[in-house]
Design a binder for this molecule. Sequence first.
Ligand code: RUQ
Ligand code: CUA
Ligand code: CA
Length: 631
Amino acid sequence: MKKRDELTKDTPEAPESGFSRRRFMGAAALAGVAGATGLGATMMTRESFAAAAKEARNNAHVAPGELDEYYGFWSGGHQGEVRVLGVPSMRELMRIPVFNVDSATGWGITNESKEILGGDQQYLNGDCHHPHISMEDGRYDGKYLFINDKANTRVARIRLDIMKTDKVTFIPNVQAIHGLRLQKVPRTNYVFCNAEFVIPQPNDGSDYSLENSYTMFTALNAETMDVAWQVIVDGNLDNTDADYTGKYVASTCYNSEKALDLAGTMRNDRDWVVVFNVERIEAAIKAGNFKTIGDSKVPVVDGRGESEVTRYIPVPKNPHGLNTSPDGKYFIANGKLSPTCSVIEIAKLDDLFDNKIELRDTIIAEPELGLGPLHTTYDGRGNAYTTLFIDSQVVKWNIADAIKHYNGEDVNYIRQKLDVHYQPGHNHASLTESRDADGKWLVVLSKFSKDRFLPVGPLHPENDQLIDISGEEMKLVHDGPAFAEPHDCILVRRDQIKTKKIYDRGDAFFASCREQAQKDGVTLEADNKVIRDGNKVRVYMTSVAPIYGMLEFKVKEGDEVSVYVTNLDTIEDVTHGFCMVNHGVSMEVSPQQTASVTFTAGKPGVYWYYCNWFCHALHMEMGGRMLVEKA
Ligand code: RUQ
Ligand code: CUA
Ligand code: CA
């Protein structure tokens, strides 16, 4: 078996891929990115384009009062949140704060949110890229959505029944979680997380050398959100996806060179896709073949070099996206600096791990698609749709034909190239990450909007475009400006998610409020009481539109004041708020929810509190006073 290193080194030609070096993208071509425009789009006459666009628009139109067919969950990038859109209308329905602080709901301000954010609440920012929904046998189960925080090495989970973040885990031993995907089969037991940057191990200032620097692949237990295990890898880790057997996960690596500079990361003709064998990793841990690092208890398996738990399949240089086809047959790695995608046949991986075939034998096609392939998505009818960042296009291509072409048959695998506006990163077809891929809609997340919208100063919105892919031809139907930065999104059929209209009084989201109330002998649903406990004061009050159960309470300057508000309204949509003037305190209290917030009472005097969520004709009148006395 040929060693991986022989296959990635700076060879004059990469014979098995059929591409010579000069066909790979160099730095010079990348420098021209901003000015690049699409060339190869399908030619249509003005009339036929107008007719096609009209028909597509009709399909996308969701009239007032009608409901969308899909939920779309959009990553909010370095804005740190998740956004919920209806598709095909592309109307924003909700924002779910995750790693950010949210003034309206009090995320990052309330005790409940601080508890979930844990010790990591020292960070007020996050950088979300990849939202993914939990699965049962390769189909969305509608329970959870998971998302990474590249900025502060965290992963969060959102409960989809209430659309609130309910767990945040800080990942030890690594830096910058980027690629994130879920185990699809038999169900989402693991959340797989790629840490992008290599760091010294241990990273305690005792050593800054590259020799002792590496990164790791992390698996979280999806239910507990504890770290289950980590695997040390060669190179770095970019994007990832899992298969439909539950056994394999694959990740792209663009920095096999472990370089610290741009030119260095492009030195090798090939980097690789590293494939993880989940069964073997679990067996290694069972057999005690692991170590721990520093004070972390996480079992760490060494997956470097000729390890039994990994295989490094060479692919053209600096690959980016990694996407499993919904028929479960292929991992497709997107070339980025190479105009190609590499199609890995998953059925060959057993033989690869048993050393019966060579690394490159798993590649069964490497179609040339255009400049800057970043991500690929699928319609469930055998076609793939790949974003071409530099060409500003989406290319539709047929996987079976690409395989035939790789085997020497004279077939054209390109079906269509469509201009998008501009420089697309991710794209996502409806239900594409599941067995139910239905090939109706394609969302393309364009990084640049340039001239598509009214100018708003030097900082531009991005442009999320909706494309109808239900027919033979892709048709662009909608431009949607979006604030920083929807890296990725996921579409789910609306019947696949069941949301609550009002909270259950027993909901775990505010279990800690109930625990404290029990200790204080307070019944949240009935009592309006002030409990003093040294310089700690707990104020329990109810709310029913449009009044709080307590119009006044007294505390002393410097007291640590906790206010617990229980919304007794049972009517859908009657959310109250609690805002304490001049104390930086604001929160949402939805029907049947209890929410709490803790603050330090300011200088002696009167401070009004008021309801800041419009709840009633007399909403303005819903308020009360905190009287602060001299300490
Ligand atoms: S990555 S634009 Cu952060 Cu998903 Cu590819
Ligand atoms: Cu209660 Cu506004
Ligand atoms: Ca590289």
